[in-house]
Design a protein around this ligand. Structure first.
Ligand code: NAD
Length: 322
């Protein structure tokens, strides 16, 4: 029976979900603790690995000589798998858009509303006995009528655009590889624009691109300077897309009005990060796709694909690296 290791350490409740959904034709192996020592021991004879947020490093890849297939539980494989070492193994790779897209798209809307209403600040203050019934009015905003700027119009960008549209927004988008057809653009109230124009026109800039050498620090001091002073930045993609020091300066000086961040350059962020003390930020711990709904959907898709792979059937969502 093929052995499949789940590379991240997870709570027992999630292992239970996985065991319930795992294909009976596979042996699922999980970790007892979060150590690389245990990972290396267990990787020694596995046929496949399920990768989530924990990095599949060169050292770990080298510890799995029999591995023939890796299934990423999400879609952002570019920065979680050491691709140079992985290519050398000749193993195949698939990703899991099912379950990932909706959670992240919903989270982008959630963070945007929360930043526009200063939700984290209002909630924390109320719990301390401070009742800001009018104090937040000058800086609280509605989503209706705003222009959303989508950097990246792939699966999540499109799912986010559908959801933002329900709040009576229009949008501009930029993606070097995707042009929506005229019907979709009209339906979603979207226009394709050069990246610079997007920064200049958007009330909300939301990031939906992978982290690669090209997109590292896509949001730097120059991009922030182009943005409107009352604009909000939303990042549910990857932390290093944003130069965090430049973002903190822009938020402090009022060059932009707020930020909603699910991902950070260092995770968790350093306790000294200025972003933690700001009332115009809403911060979450990389949980955009972290719902139980998403996990069940992902695991169903992952185990179906693993079953197909070991039954020599065509697999879905394969990434061609070789
Ligand atoms: P996708 O591949 O469907 O879409 C990404 C899009 O980005 C593509 O259309 C691509 O052409 C575009 N792109 C690449 N470089 C660009 C650039 N410089 N400017 C504008 N567009 C550019 O991927 P997806 O499923 O939409 O996921 C997007 C990203 O979201 C993932 O790569 C991952 O990093 C991130 N993500 C985060 C979480 C989370 O928990 N926070 C969960 C899932 C995915």
């Amino acid at each position: 029976m093929p052995k499949v290791l789940y590379l991240s350490h997870a709570p027992d409740e999630l292992y239970d979900v996985m065991r319930k959904l795992a294909a009976p034709s596979l042996e699922l192996i999980t970790l007892c603790d979060n150590s690389d020592r245990e990972r290396i021991e267990k990787l020694a004879d596995v046929d496949a690995v399920i990768v989530a947020a924990y990095p599949f490093t060169r050292e770990l890849i080298a510890a799995a000589p029999a591995m023939r297939f890796v299934h990423h539980q999400g879609v952002g494989y570019q920065d979680t798998i050491d691709l140079e070492s992985f290519r050398r193994t000749g193993a195949r790779l698939a990703i899991t858009p099912a379950g990932t897209t909706i959670g992240v798209a919903e989270h982008a809307v959630l963070l945007t509303l929360a930043v526009l209403r200063r939700l984290s600040f209002a909630d924390a203050e109320l719990r301390q006995g401070r009742w800001h019934v009018n104090a937040l009015r000058p800086e609280s905003k509605e989503l209706a009528g705003k222009t959303i700027g989508y950097i990246g119009m792939g699966r999540i960008g499109q799912a986010a655009a559908q959801r933002f549209r329900a709040f009576d927004t229009t949008g501009v988008y930029h993606d070097p590889n995707v042009r929506l057809d005229a019907y979709a653009e009209t339906d979603l109230g979207l226009r394709f624009v050069p990246q610079r124009e997007l920064f200049e026109q958007a009330d909300v800039v939301t990031l939906h691109v992978p982290l690669t050498a090209d997109t590292h620090h896509l949001i730097d001091a120059n991009a922030l300077a182009l943005m409107k002073r009352d604009a909000v930045l939303i990042n549910t993609a990857r932390g290093p897309l944003v130069d965090e020091a430049a973002l903190a300066r822009a938020l402090e000086t009022g060059d932009i009005a707020g930020a909603g961040l699910d991902v950070f350059e260092t995770e968790p962020p350093e306790p000294t990060s200025p972003l933690l003390g700001m009332r115009n930020t809403v911060l979450t711990p990389h949980i955009s796709a972290g719902t139980i709904d998403a996990f069940e959907t992902k695991m169903r898709a992952v185990f179906q694909n693993l079953h197909r792979f070991f039954a020599d059937q065509p697999i879905e969502n394969e990434i061609q690296l070789h």
